[in-house]
Design a protein around this ligand. Sequence first.
Ligand code: FES
Length: 83
Amino acid sequence: MRSGQFTWQGQTISFRPGETIAAALAGAGIGDLGRDGAGAGLRYFCGIGACQSCLVRADGRIVEACLTPARDGAVIAALEPLA
Ligand code: FES
């Protein structure tokens, strides 16, 4: 596993080896992961892939941020544009 950087909403986020997208975002002080298609707020919650509350787009694919390893060079975005 490698450390590296990805972008979240255009902001560069660094991560350590083995971190998930959610862990890296939390480490950067980011907890608001945007909104789903129905307007509900998304955030890190269960951490085990059960609640679907941490869905983000990773290189265009919808993934659970709490389960998905951070990848160097990835482009991560909220499902719906952040205000
Ligand atoms: S925080 Fe619950 S699925 Fe990711």
